[in-house]
Design a protein around this ligand. Structure first.
Ligand code: F6P
Length: 321
């Protein structure tokens, strides 16, 4: 394995730079030439490569975002553009490609390997934590800590004004950001895409809280929950008579310096990805299971469903009574 390329794709996540740094520096350490691809699969289609050196990744370990840029490539969904990407990889004689991204991005890597025989390795980079084969994805811990910080601040003002707040968080179809931030932030209610909860249940819970002397309720709603934040607030205002505010955390959750956990996970995944390519082991997804950095067949890994820790939900119900 002489020449490898690395790209970041999909929504950026804190720790992507740490993974990139590990790939570049370990690749060079093992005697490889390392290229980065700008703007994910878009850069692969355009042939936008950059030869990386040890200093190319200086001073990025602590930075959120991704210095090689990212994109959601609509074109890559079409075979003609994947063919173009393949040709660009061949032109540069790239022997292996490392993709840092979420579900869609790793599926793109799988397609490249299946259709054109490109040796690929997937690194899980997304704040959503929606890849079932790994306990954690890079960026998830930082995002949850960002939400937790917001909950803590919102709690102060909600309590002072005796009002409730709906905090809308990201995660696409996965409720993990809401679940873990709600659990650790002492939320009264978390609303997840994976778990049915009626508007009536939410209103009843808030009303019970008011009757038992609660000054406020914090409701963390995952963006994938089927009832919109606006509809929820309307119902809550009508049913409880309390003032209810909405805070949408949006892209705040994707920015910021990665936590130590995300830096360690990203670095270890980056190192393993390079070592797999060095050892001729291809089409693998690297990740973390029970604290160990491991790798699985990429196609099988992508089939794994993420599981919800329902005991945390139960905990929230009891703890917030
Ligand atoms: O996948 C990461 C994520 O932040 C999701 O939580 C969210 O639904 C989506 O990306 C937003 O995507 P965009 O950057 O295209 O607005």
């Amino acid at each position: 394995m002489k020449r490898i390329a690395v790209l970041t794709s999909g929504g950026d996540a804190p720790g992507m730079n740490a993974a990139l740094r590990a790939v570049v520096r370990y690749g060079i350490y093992y005697g490889m030439e390392v290229y980065s691809v700008h703007r994910g699969y878009e850069g692969l289609i355009e042939g936008d490569f950059e030869r990386m050196h040890r200093r190319s990744v200086a001073d990025i370990l602590h930075r959120g975002g991704t210095i090689i840029k990212t994109a959601r490539s609509e074109r890559f969904m079409h075979k003609e553009f994947r063919e173009k990407a393949f040709q660009n990889l061949q032109k540069l004689k790239i022997d292996g490609l490392i993709v840092i991204g979420g579900n869609g991005s790793l599926t793109g890597a799988k397609m490249l390997s299946e259709e054109f025989g490109i040796p690929v390795i997937g690194i899980p980079g997304t704040i959503d934590n929606d890849l079932g084969y790994t306990d954690n994805t890079i960026g998830f811990d930082t995002a949850v800590n960002t939400v937790l910080d917001a909950i803590t601040k919102i709690r102060d003002t909600s309590s002072s004004h005796e009002r409730s707040t709906v905090i809308e968080v990201m995660g696409r179809n996965c409720g993990d950001i809401a679940l873990y931030s709600g659990f650790s932030g002492g939320a009264e209610i978390v609303l997840l895409p994976e778990m049915e909860t009626s508007v009536k249940e939410v209103c009843d819970k808030v009303k019970e809280g008011i009757e038992s002397g609660k000054l406020h309720s914090i409701i963390v709603r995952a963006e994938g929950f089927p009832v919109s934040s606006q509809d929820l607030i309307k119902a809550l205002k009508e049913e409880t008579g309390q003032d209810v505010k909405l805070v949408v955390l949006s892209y705040l959750q994707r920015g910021g310096s990665p936590t130590f956990r995300d830096r360690v996970l990203a670095t270890e995944c980056g190192v393993l990805a390079v070592e797999l390519l060095r050892d001729g082991i291809f089409n693998r997804a690297v990740g973390e299971v029970s604290g160990k950095i491991v790798h699985f067949d990429l196609a099988k890994a992508l089939e794994a469903k993420s599981t919800l820790r329902e005991e945390l939900l139960q905990g929230i119900k009891v703890l917030s009574m």
